[in-house]
Write a protein that binds this ligand. Structure first.
Ligand code: SF4
Length: 318
């Protein structure tokens, strides 16, 4: 039996950026040995959001002391378990999440009926062995409407708007999957949370949060579904070629091996030294699983600290 090859929205995005980058990322399954802190912040925020919305789904109430206490216990346990070199990232996300709990969730989550938290979906592309694969952050119903929410973090709020969400290929891919699987056209929504924590004065809610939605139509989703199928065909049939532009290459983690290969040089030692092979589910691994202290390894004394202070949250974990 032929195995289904799963493609995620992230994989589409990398392929659209540069097919050669896609080859390094998903063909060779390489990632830089030095981790990207921005990726860790987003990954851990998603993990906390998953925990929080599971609490709400199981009956905990927004703003209730039991809910705050359950989250507090989770945050403190995570801090004890991770390697010292990850603790600063954890504390940064703790501040983001505590702000989210105190100032945001009661605004955007009141009267929602949570249907799924981190729901995994797969949709086979007809006539192929390719399956489109995705994990929805949150699927809920409000006033009868089905809504897919995606949590996004970062420092650039202007990267999102009610207009740009119409072209958000990750959310549109999820919307197609929900429409095809549940036979209902969903609304798509971005829940943006600022990852900047070190403000000199108290930041406003407008600085910290953003909320963008788009109501979709059947025509729009049909068009996007046709486009997705065409793109899968394109990925399978068109030979890979570099998308060389200054902007893309300057930001590309594979620039050194790529330029070595372009000049006809052997890049294997460079790859061996700077990259590691990761499992196919790497993008979906939980941050705390990666960051947990290895009992056999020595503490990372270079970055170990007993107290971190971000102004409004100071935690001593000695
Ligand atoms: S350096 Fe440029 S051409 Fe090479 S893989 Fe990266 S984006 Fe593509």
């Amino acid at each position: 039996m032929t195995e289904t090859y799963l493609v995620s929205p992230s994989q589409f995005r990398v392929h659209k950026t540069c097919p050669e980058q896609h080859y390094y990322t998903y063909g060779l399954q390489l990632r830089p040995r030095k981790r990207d802190t921005k990726f860790d912040v987003g990954s851990y925020f998603h993990e906390l959001a998953h925990f929080y919305y599971q609490l709400l789904k199981s009956g905990y109430k927004i703003g209730d002391p039991h809910t705050i206490s359950a989250m507090d216990t989770k945050l403190r346990n995570d801090l004890k378990e991770v390697k010292p070199s990850f603790q600063k990232t954890l504390l940064q996300v703790h501040i983001m999440f505590m702000r989210y709990l105190k100032r945001r969730t009661s605004v955007i989550d009141s009267n929602i009926e949570i249907l799924e938290v981190e729901k995994e979906l797969q949709l086979l592309v007809p006539g192929t062995t390719v399956g489109i694969h995705g994990i929805l952050d949150l699927l809920y119903r409000k006033r009868g409407k089905l809504v897919i929410r995606d949590h996004k973090t970062g420092e650039n709020k202007s990267a999102h708007s009610n207009e740009s969400i119409s072209f958000d290929d990750q959310l549109l891919t999820y919307a197609v999957m929900v429409w095809k699987i549940f036979n209902e056209i969903p609304i798509i929504e971005i829940n943006w949370v600022n990852s900047k924590v070190d403000y000199k004065t108290e930041p406003t809610n407008d600085q910290l949060f953003g909320h963008y939605t788009k109501t979709l139509t059947k025509d729009y989703l049909e068009g996007y579904w046709t486009y997705l199928q065409e793109y899968v065909y394109h990925m399978q049939t068109v030979p890979r070629i570099r998308s060389m532009t200054t902007f893309k290459c300057k930001q590309c983690p594979y620039i050194d091996p790529c330029l070595f290969a372009l000049r006809g040089l052997d890049n294997r030692n460079l790859i061996e030294a700077n990259f590691e092979k990761v499992p196919r589910n790497y993008d979906y691994q939980r941050f705390t699983e990666i960051a947990k202290a290895n009992k056999d390894s020595r503490p990372d004394s270079s970055s170990q600290t007993n107290e971190l202070d971000f102004g409004e949250l100071r935690i001593n974990f000695s």
